[in-house]
Unconditional design. Sequence first.
Lengths: 150, 66
Amino acid sequence: MEEYRQTLITRHKIYLLALSLIVVFFSINRFLDYGIVIPNPHTADFVHGLFAGTAFGIEILLVIGIFKNVRALKDEKRLEELYIAENDERTAYIKNKIGGDFATYMTIFQIVVAIGLAFVDIRFTFVLYAVTMVECIIRIIMKAWYMKNI
Amino acid sequence: MKTRIAELRKERRISQEELALAVKVTRQTIISIEKEKYTASLQLAYKISQYFGLSIEEVFIFEEEE
């Protein structure tokens, strides 16, 4: 359990760093000129909104993660519960059924590529972003179904 | 795969929560195994059997599919 505690402490530091970076990005997002060629002026607001929305969504997930980590690190019983929840074989089985770690890495990769594509053509970003969001929604629905039926 | 987990638990007055904690899985996993919705891995089957002090064959009933 001590090894898991150390893992949690490292994870906690990474979450805090990521959260800080996102907060900085969130603060300066409005003032950034990404050098993106935008087809019409109304799209500019949409682009900033899209990036800010993504950052905000990730931020919420990080805050939830930090909150969970802190609670577990303060209480031995919660630490064990979190360890069990993360290493539960049924949960791992369901995770594999919906694509496993590969699908998660693919989602992150797609978001990064989508942001990068904004510098080529903003339409590519919208398309890839929409595809990624649909994939995420499908995975959430599949997970809910498996959680109920397995 | 059929199991005698629920029966053994009731005999020994053990809750699903207690069993889950002892074999380091979630309560939901124990529920799913008892309801035969999920087949436990060999490692988990061994842990559960050990917890009851029985052999795997005495806790899990293997039925060959037709």
